[in-house]
Design a protein around this ligand. Structure first.
Ligand SMILES: O=C(O)C(=O)C[C@H](O)[C@H](O)COP(=O)(O)O
Length: 206
């Protein structure tokens, strides 16, 4: 059984998990520092750029940062991410391979689900916390509420189309533990701007 306690710790630390695409390794530490200074300490580094694994290593050195890997597509990605120090794993979808690898590496897994069938396959694998992805394109909050009404104990981290403007609405839904989004670091990197966005995000709904 995959451990829900560790995943709950990842999901409840902050209301927003920044989804990060790091284009250049030299930005890894400054981005993590700005986010942590703003109050967002759980960081998801997507494996979408060549320097992503090194970025996980660098960001993990920032005091207070809890760094995980996103866009984990298979067992090899998961193994490389944990080797780089990822403390949690996020995937856009759910496969038995990724779930088995998470169990083998003893790392919390937040897999993506888009519908009831995905959630049922996850439950069969012992999972009960999911990324709802892509949240807005999948029907937004009405779709999430409909799914949540069926799967009482399941908790979600909606991601995809979430922004500073709509995050509070999502976080008001009891089945939503946190949300993920790339808006924190969109555009040219500016440490002050990232810190301010992080500060506002850390206080959404509080
Ligand atoms: O690649 C993955 O595994 C992902 O995590 C996808 C991200 O969740 C979305 O790209 C973030 O969506 P936006 O906040 O709308 O930019």
């Amino acid at each position: 059984m995959l451990d829900t306690t560790l995943l709950d710790a990842v999901m409840t630390r902050c209301p927003v998990i920044p989804v990060l695409v790091i284009p250049d390794l030299s930005l890894a530490r400054p981005i993590a520092q700005a986010l942590v200074a703003g109050g967002l300490t759980t960081l998801e580094v997507t494996l979408r750029t060549d320097c992503a694994l090194e970025a996980i290593r660098e960001m993990s050195k920032v005091e207070g940062a809890h760094v995980g890997a996103g866009t984990v597509l298979n067992g090899d990605d998961l193994a490389r991410a944990t080797e780089a120090g990822a403390q949690f794993i996020v995937s856009p979808g759910l496969t038995a391979e990724v779930a088995a690898a998470a169990q083998r590496h003893d790392v919390p897994l937040l897999p993506g689900v888009a519908n009831a069938g995905d959630i049922m396959r996850g439950l069969d694998l012992g999972l009960s916390r999911f990324k709802f992805f892509p949240a807005m394109a999948n029907g937004g909050l009405p779709a999430l509420k409909a799914l949540a009404s069926v799967f009482g104990k399941v908790k979600f981290c909606p991601t995809g189309g979430i922004s500073e403007d709509n995050a509070a609405e999502w976080l008001a839904e009891p089945a939503v533990t946190c949300v993920g989004g790339s808006w924190l670091t969109s555009g040219q990197f500016d440490a002050d701007a990232v810190e301010s966005r992080a500060h506002r995000a850390a206080h959404i709904g509080r």
